[in-house]
Design a protein around this ligand. Structure first.
Ligand SMILES: Nc1ncnc2c1ncn2[C@@H]1O[C@H](COP(=O)(O)OP(=O)(O)OP(=O)(O)O)[C@@H](O)[C@H]1O
Length: 271
């Protein structure tokens, strides 16, 4: 692809392979093969696929914790060569520091980057408000529910002002009702910030609800088998999950994953 075309993209991967090598035996596992993706600024992308298809490997490579064995990843036209402040991660478990208040946890990311300023503190306050935690600034993590803790995590990621937010199954530890509610909240927050987001999930309905596009990965080795454009109008609320077009998207993606899982020799029962 021409450079002029690549400049339009926020994130691009080109001919990306990632192989794990066992230090002791030298055995190799090719986790990702020939991943070529282009993501536009402000897009919300979800990645789904059967267990073991390389979703976490992909995210960890974009974060810079793993190195490609072939190919490259460009963020804002710069080659990713390790972790950087232009990317913020929201993990499955909120990983908050228990001895810090909500405000101190939210400021932790910028503190690590040595960027604490009065302006940043003001922004942190605004993000706490945006994620719905106004009034909880001085509370400690043990005083918050799981959903509230994930809101803190999200506010922390936003306060760093990254170019890209990576979310690794952030709602999977929450109960079903809170999870649904948080999906709606995440879309509201994304709508306000328009941050380019890369979200991994096992739940197909979560992906369809959130995404502009869903990348469906196939396994062994992980690769993109389908890119599904979810053209359900925005803003979306949770009622959309009962619409026929929504269910059609879910069924379509489900059938692709089912095929991929059967090739692998086991079923992926989550839907
Ligand atoms: N450290 C490692 N060493 C060797 N192989 C690994 C390592 N980590 C992951 N793998 C292999 O790489 C492949 C991709 O794993 P990965 O965890 O990225 O998949 P995933 O799609 O995130 O899985 P899941 O949906 O079950 O969380 C799998 O075959 C896995 O066994």
């Amino acid at each position: 692809m021409e450079n002029a075309q690549l400049e339009k993209f926020k994130l691009s991967t080109r001919f990306l392979d990632v192989t794990y090598v066992n230090n002791k035996t030298g055995a190799e596992v090719m986790a990702l093969q020939n991943i070529n993706l282009n993501i536009k600024d402000g897009e919300f992308i979800c990645i789904v696929g059967p267990s073991g298809c390389g979703k976490t490997t992909f995210l960890n490579t974009v974060v810079g914790l793993l190195k490609p064995s072939k190919g490259e990843i460009l963020l804002d036209q710069q080659k990713i060569d390790g972790p950087g402040k232009d990317r913020a991660m929201v993990f499955q478990n909120p990983s908050l520091l228990p001895w810090r208040t909500v405000m101190e946890n939210v400021l932790y990311g910028v503190e690590l980057l040595k960027q604490i300023t009065a302006e940043k503190k003001k922004e942190a306050k605004e993000f706490i408000e945006m994620v719905g935690l106004k009034g909880y600034e001085n509370h400690y993590p043990h005083e918050l529910s799981g959903g509230m803790q994930q809101r803190v995590n999200l506010a922390r990621a936003l306060t760093v002002n990254p170019s890209l937010i990576l979310l690794d199954e952030p709602f999977s530890a929450l109960d079903a009702q809170t999870r649904e509610f948080m999906q709606g909240e995440l879309l509201r927050i994304w709508d306000e910030t328009k941050k380019t987001s890369l979200f991994i999930t096992h739940q197909i309905d979560e992906a369809v609800f959130l995404a502009d596009r869903v990348f469906v990965f196939g396994a062994r080795p992980g690769r993109v088998v389908k890119v599904v454009d979810v053209d359900i109008p925005r803003p979306r609320d949770l009622h959309v999950k009962r619409s026929p077009e929504f269910l059609e998207f879910v069924d379509h993606i489900w059938s692709i994953i089912e095929q991929e899982s059967s090739k692998q020799g086991f079923d992926n029962k989550e839907k």
